[in-house]
Design a protein around this ligand. Structure first.
Ligand code: RB5
Length: 156
């Protein structure tokens, strides 16, 4: 087990709590920050984590922002990344067991520290069930390629 974790300023405190949990459990991790509470843009940090997972440098990632929404939106743009925004332990278990999620997103303004720790523990402890879920996860890959072929892309 090895993972990469990041947040934005709105997720910094919770990220620190989750990093403490990783240390307590002896889980190998890279914490890519930010290290100060100054305002940053969540896509910059989501991209770093999602790229690392997409390229296979880390099997798992964790992203924390105010809601977890922006982080999950960015992370899911990356090939092979299946980011799950979780607010409960149940969702975290299902995200691993059924969806083979490889990036966990949580919102500091949504869940308390205790719940977030439980979510991360559930995410780390739950294996993908495979079986009937495998072909569905394969179809996520197919959708990824299909989406990539569609155009033109919307402009800003
Ligand atoms: C930052 O204020 C906030 O917008 C961000 O942390 C996140 O919630 C975005 O989805």
């Amino acid at each position: 087990m090895k993972l990469i974790i990041a947040s934005d300023h709105a997720g910094l405190e919770l990220r620190r709590e989750l990093v403490s949990l990783l240390k307590e459990q002896g889980i190998d991790h890279e914490d890519v920050g930010p290290s100060t509470p100054e305002s940053v843009d969540y896509p910059d940090f989501a991209r770093e984590v999602a790229k690392a997972v997409s390229e296979g440098r880390y099997p798992f990632g964790v992203l924390v922002c105010g809601t977890g929404i922006g982080m999950s939106m960015v992370a899911n743009k990356y090939r092979g990344v299946r980011a799950a925004l979780c607010t409960t332990e149940f969702e975290a278990r299902m995200a691993r067991a059924h969806n083979d999620a490889n990036v966990l997103c949580v919102g500091q303004r949504v869940v308390g520290v205790g719940v977030a720790r439980g979510i991360l523990e559930a995410f780390l402890a739950t294996p993908f069930e495979g079986g009937r879920h495998q072909k569905r996860v394969d179809k996520i890959r197919e959708a990824e390629s299909e989406g990539g072929r569609q155009g033109p892309q919307p402009r800003e």
